[in-house]
Design a protein around this ligand. Structure first.
Ligand SMILES: Nc1ncnc2c1ncn2[C@@H]1O[C@H](COP(=O)(O)OP(=O)(O)O)[C@@H](O)[C@H]1O
Ligand SMILES: [Mg+2]
Length: 263
C-alpha cells in the first residue's frame, strides 16, 4: 500500500500513521513546479500615435503552480486575471519577467514555438466556450488532432470516445448554436483534452453555466486531476468554484494579494 509501511514512517500511533500517509500522498502528487512566473510586469498601450499612454495591469507577479495542483485565482473584474492567463498561454508577451512551464522557459518563444507548445502541453476552457460556429461539435473537438497531424480514422475514434465520456455523443453533428451552454462547454472540454494536456487553463469556466452544469464541471475537474494528474489553473470570481482548488490566491489591482496559502 502506497509503497511504504508503518515502520518507514517511524510513527508510533495509528493516527500518526494516517497523518503521515496523507502527507506522503501529497508529496507524491507534488513533483515540482508546473508553472512558474518570476517578477512579471505588464502594461497595455492605449490611444492613438499622438496620445499614447501606458496602462499598467500586472505588477511584480510571482506565482508557482505545482504539478498535480488545482490552483484557483479569484479577483474582481478588471484586476488582470485574464491578462495573466494570456501571458501564461503565450497570447501576450511579457514586458518583464520570466515564465517557465513544465521545465521549459517560454518567455522568449516565437509564435511558432508557442503554437507547438500549446498543442503539446496546454488545454483551454473559457467562459464563452470559443467554439467555431460553422463547425459541428465533432469538428470542433477534433481540431487539435488535425493540427497535430492525427489521421482521420484515429481522429474519429478519439473524438467519439471522448464525447461518450462526456455524455454528449448524441450531439456530434450539432452546430454550437444547436447546443445548450452545458453541452457547448462539454464540447470545449473534449477539445481541451484531446491531446492529453498536462495543464488546463480555465478562465471563468462556469461563468455561463447553470448550477447543475457548474457542479458537474467541477466534479469532472476533480476527477481529471485525481485520476490523470492534470494540473489546473482556474480563474473565477465565484467562491464556490474557487473551492475546487487545493489553494486559492486573490488578485487585486494587478497584484497577487494573498500569499499562496489555502483560504
Ligand atoms: N488588449 C488590451 N488593451 C488595453 N487594455 C486592456 C487589454 N486587455 C485588458 N486590458 C485592461 O487590463 C485590465 C485587466 O483586464 P483583464 O485581465 O481582462 O481583467 P480580469 O480578467 O481580471 O477581469 C483592465 O483594466 C482592462 O481594461
Ligand atoms: Mg477576465
Amino acid at each position: 500500500m502506497y509503497g511504504c509501511d508503518f515502520l518507514e514512517f517511524g510513527c508510533t500511533t495509528l493516527e500518526g500513521f494516517f497523518f503521515e500517509i496523507n502527507k506522503y500522498d501529497y508529496r507524491k502528487a507534488m513533483k515540482g513546479e508546473m508553472i512558474e512566473l518570476e517578477n512579471i510586469n505588464h502594461s497595455f498601450e492605449i490611444g492613438t500615435k499622438k496620445h499614447k499612454r501606458k496602462v499598467p495591469v500586472l505588477h511584480d507577479i510571482h506565482l508557482k503552480v505545482e504539478q498535480g495542483e488545482i490552483l484557483s485565482i479569484m479577483g474582481r473584474s478588471g484586476t488582470g486575471k485574464s491578462t495573466l492567463l494570456h501571458l501564461i498561454s503565450g497570447y501576450i508577451k511579457p514586458q518583464q519577467g520570466k515564465i517557465m512551464i513544465n521545465d521549459t522557459e517560454v518567455t522568449h518563444f516565437t509564435e511558432g514555438e508557442w503554437a507547438d507548445f500549446r498543442l503539446q502541453h496546454l488545454g483551454f476552457v473559457f467562459q464563452n466556450f470559443q467554439l467555431i460556429p460553422s463547425m459541428t461539435a465533432m469538428q470542433n473537438a477534433e481540431l487539435p488532432l488535425i493540427l497535430h497531424g492525427v489521421p482521420e480514422a484515429e481522429r474519429k475514434n478519439k473524438v467519439t470516445d471522448m464525447m461518450k465520456r462526456l455524455d454528449i455523443e448524441k450531439y456530434m453533428e450539432h452546430y454550437p448554436s444547436e447546443l445548450s451552454g452545458g453541452q457547448q462547454q462539454r464540447v470545449s472540454i473534449a477539445r481541451a483534452l484531446m491531446l492529453n494536456p498536462s495543464i488546463i487553463l480555465a478562465d471563468e469556466p462556469t461563468g455561463s453555466l447553470d448550477s447543475e452544469n457548474e457542479q458537474s464541471l467541477l466534479h469532472f475537474i476533480k476527477q481529471l486531476n485525481e485520476e490523470h494528474g492534470i494540473t489546473f489553473l482556474i480563474i473565477t470570481h465565484d467562491e464556490q468554484v474557487a473551492k475546487v482548488g487545493h489553494r486559492t490566491l486573490l488578485m487585486k489591482d494587478g497584484r497577487i494579494a494573498e500569499g499562496g496559502h489555502a483560504i
